[in-house]
Design a protein around this ligand. Sequence first.
Ligand code: NAD
Length: 542
Amino acid sequence: MNGNYQPPIAINEEVLSYASGSTEREALQNELAKLRSKQKEIPMYINGEQIFTEDKRAIFVPHDLKHQLGIYNYGNATHVHQAINAAQSAKSQWERMPWQQRASIFLKAAELVSGEYRNTINAATMLAQSKNAFQAEIDAACEFADFLRFNVQYLYELYNEQPPENSEGIWNRVEYRPLEGFIFAVTPFNFTAISGNLPAAPALMGNTVVWKPADSQIYSAQVVMEIFIKAGLPAGVINLVYVNGPEAGGVIFKHPDFGGLHFTGSTAVFKHLWKVIGNNIDLYKSYPRIVGETGGKDFIMVHPSAEVDEVVANMIRGAFEFQGQKCSAASRCYLPESLWPSIKSKLLQELRSLKMGPTEDFSNFINAVIDQRAFDKITNYIEKAKSDNDAEIISGGSFDKTNGYFIEPTVILTQNPKYTTMCEEIFGPVLTLCLYPDQSFEEYLKILDETSEYALTGAIFSKDRYAIQKALDVLKHSAGNFYINDKPTGAVVGQQPFGGARGSGTNDKAGAKANLTRWVSMRTIKENLKPVGDYRYPFHQS
Ligand code: NAD
């Protein structure tokens, strides 16, 4: 299984700027126009075949609801059975393939993502998920290519982790076998890169996969699948189905060969799936691996020594990029009273400069939220804050879905550190601020730690090293990704391994070696080159 053919050293994909007048901007704009001009019909992919059904569903642009991008073919339990059978049939040949062959396919996919398909995958993400050009670039093109390339490098490093010493006449080795059974990859709407990585990482390690994306991400998921196929992925290795979650789960989680769940999405759904798997544990041949990266209530803690401009710039980027629909988005902020007047005036002034509108207009910072369900959920929090006595909306608060699901970046001020929007994940452009007396910094670190069920990302802004150290110490378990004087979003594969603890997930760090270890099962082989020929030990001799 191991070999000395070292793969290319992974390097992060360069982020293109899409500045006015740049060639990449023109090419992307042409691709946006092209995708808008045609109606795409999107099939499921089972055993390398395109599957069409009677159940056709429309895909609309979240920021331009009158525009239909195409239709997708919705499936049911029968398709899930077919996908499992395809994964099971492909398994034997795929897992026996030398790793270099598997790695080549995903390295080729990375080249397609960052080259030939860059505009298509970015434009698809801009249109169907309402990400602006830069947000699409860092996700669909760069992070996805990084996942694919770094995973190959980590595979090589992992396979080369072998028992350090062999005693005389003994050869010890470890084989990193794929898991038995098939993997179920369940992916969220908000990152095209995650949708591609969740099926790709287990497949790279020799597993076969049934992949179910979120309905609102099917348009770009299809581009991902097209790339995998063009890169040479054999039939049945990754099977893409569009089926209602509980219906898919009803088949998968009752199957004796269910081998693992690779999930990213909300905490509530993940907990539910874990319970279902637990209840069915007697049905399975193996203990399924359960990997889930879930919700967040990500914080910015500001010390009185912080620089106001830096705090404000990072609050805005951290909270409002991609309309706050990042698991890592800053959504609660603790500010010292002494800095509040200057932070407030700068923040309100900057917020007034944020433009909101369609992604095709590159001057817009804010675009639409993903769908009606998200729009209703987010605006309910805003409406409630308008009437609650312990909350005040100091900026934004308006929303309108006439043309698209637009919600103004909204800032809530509260004196109640346990106010609802300081605790619950909203997953939208809503930031709640809580002021604290300067002398109560340490007390508020403890309050922060105890406020929410989540522990995904968080940041401290301070010029005082003692304060930074104190925050690192008290907030040790409050975030799986901790930032010092930086926004809590934008983790880069190969640089800041990403994942949180507590209610935020199993913290297996997507795009890191730790994640790949979950998709293999080690077999230790001890070979004796000098077997004994006499059962007696020397101490038996008198
Ligand atoms: P979601 O939980 O609504 O859906 C995630 C996936 O689960 C979708 O494919 C959905 O169809 C599927 N699903 C839902 N119910 C199911 C069921 N009963 N059985 C099987 N599958 C089911 O999440 P979302 O709205 O797509 O994404 C947003 C959430 O994802 C947020 O909570 C966000 O914090 C989280 N997220 C976390 C990370 C991370 O790395 N921690 C990254 C991105 C998103």
